[in-house]
Design a protein around this ligand. Structure first.
Ligand code: NAI
Ligand code: MG
Length: 362
């Protein structure tokens, strides 16, 4: 690999995936040109499009390409066309979940950011949001109750079902490290969410996170019970900088946090493995209703590309340049239809991508 050259596997996927990923690639090319990096894209099929071409949603060739690259940029997969297929052939389980587990992507990072220009999109009162809001949820993605022992058994009153929440010190430690590392690049505040007043797994969680915190003396750590956290997120969202939590609590809390920002077309995500490897994707799906119509908001995917630069390549200034460009274009009043309001300028997917490039070059 030559210096300054980065290999990105690109999985455009289905529906609006190609629409939004194409714009994110254009933005990465702009950044590459401006800062002197060579981003090498290797496009592969995953999801419904791969099923149509090869009869499987995640061909071996695609998985190999992912394993041999520095990072993955994904659009979205799935759609009604493939809903009739058995689970293992469906794009969501057969491609996405398989990618996450085969690549060991145990840390799910979801920033919830409200841009000042879009503050009226939030269901939270403006005086609570203030100028802006910026929370990062770090969710454990490959452990806990979703992966614990489960089954049915004969109980005192007949059949009962059970699911076990189990966490190892190893699993808690590595997700905590991801959270503290992220906090070091932000406002140096981690809130760990658990239910340590009831659950043994949460007691180990709290003890282990507290241990990890000792390696990050600059970062302030607080602990919160999940029920209180759910309340504080809407009551006082400004309390939070980085949230770290288990798989199931993170599933719920990250959806709550994302909705505070009000717009699905704006929110990026990263799923990280050990080291710098990761997969980056918007949190929205394939939106078949607007696919190929130049209507999709590409900002979630463009901000996912910004996360990729920061977390996988350590290109902090370049990542910031993308975020700043997005802010500039929103401040200038340009909106895709999903975030349009009266008095702003409605533009399409391609023009949004181009304007963000122009703002990077300005
Ligand atoms: P969705 O996120 O695709 O769409 C929900 C609504 O938001 C639709 O009205 C859509 O038009 C709109 N929307 C989504 N992204 C947008 C964007 N960038 N710009 C403007 N509007 C946007 O969720 P839905 O409809 O539940 O799922 C559609 C398909 O996507 C399903 O097959 C689902 O399984 C799949 N899916 C895939 C995901 C992934 O690949 N990570 C995640 C969620 C859903
Ligand atoms: Mg969920």
């Amino acid at each position: 690999k030559k210096m300054g050259s980065y290999h990105i596997t690109v999985l455009k996927g289905d529906g609006i995936g190609p629409d939004v990923v194409t714009e994110a690639m254009g933005v990465l090319e702009c950044v590459g040109k401006k800062y002197g990096h060579d981003f090498v894209f290797n496009e592969k099929l995953a999801g419904g499009c791969a099923y149509d071409a090869y009869g499987e949603p995640l061909p071996e060739e695609t998985l190999e390409a992912c394993k041999n690259s520095d990072a993955i940029l994904l659009g979205a997969v799935g759609g009604p066309k493939w809903d009739h297929l058995p689970a293992n052939l469906r794009p969501e389980a057969g491609a996405l979940l398989k990618l996450r587990s085969s690549l060991g992507l145990y840390a799910n990072l979801r920033p919830a950011i409200i841009h000042k220009a879009l503050s009226d999109a939030s269901p939270i009162k403006p005086e609570i949001i203030g100028d802006s809001l910026d929370i990062l949820v770090v969710r454990e993605l490959t452990g806990g109750i979703y992966f614990g022992e489960r089954g049915y058994r004969e109980g005192k009153h007949g059949e009962e079902a059970y699911d076990v929440e189990a966490y190892s010190e190893f699993e808690i430690k590595r997700i905590a490290v991801q959270a503290f590392e992220a906090a070091m690049k932000r406002n140096k505040h981690v809130t760990s969410i658990d239910k340590a007043n009831v659950l043994e797994s949460s007691k180990l969680w709290r003890r282990t996170v507290t241990e990890v915190a000792k390696d990050y003396p600059e970062v302030e750590l607080d602990h919160m019970y999940v029920d209180n956290a759910a309340m504080q997120l809407v009551r006082n969202p400004k309390h939070f900088d980085v949230i770290v939590t288990s798989n199931i609590f993170g599933d719920i809390i990250s959806d709550e946090a994302s909705q505070i920002t009000g717009s699905i077309g704006m929110l990026p995500s990263a799923s990280l493995a050990d080291g710098a490897f990761g997969m980056y994707e918007p949190i929205h799906g394939s939106a078949p209703d607007i696919a190929g119509k130049d209507m999709a908001n590409p900002i979630a995917t463009i901000l996912s590309a910004a996360m990729l630069l920061k977390f996988s390549f350590g290109l902090v200034a370049e990542s910031q340049a993308i975020e700043d460009a997005v802010t500039k274009v929103l401040d200038a009043g340009y909106r895709t239809p999903d975030i349009y309001s009266e008095g702003t300028k409605k533009i399409g997917t391609k023009e949004m991508g181009k304007r963000i490039c122009d703002a990077i070059n300005a």
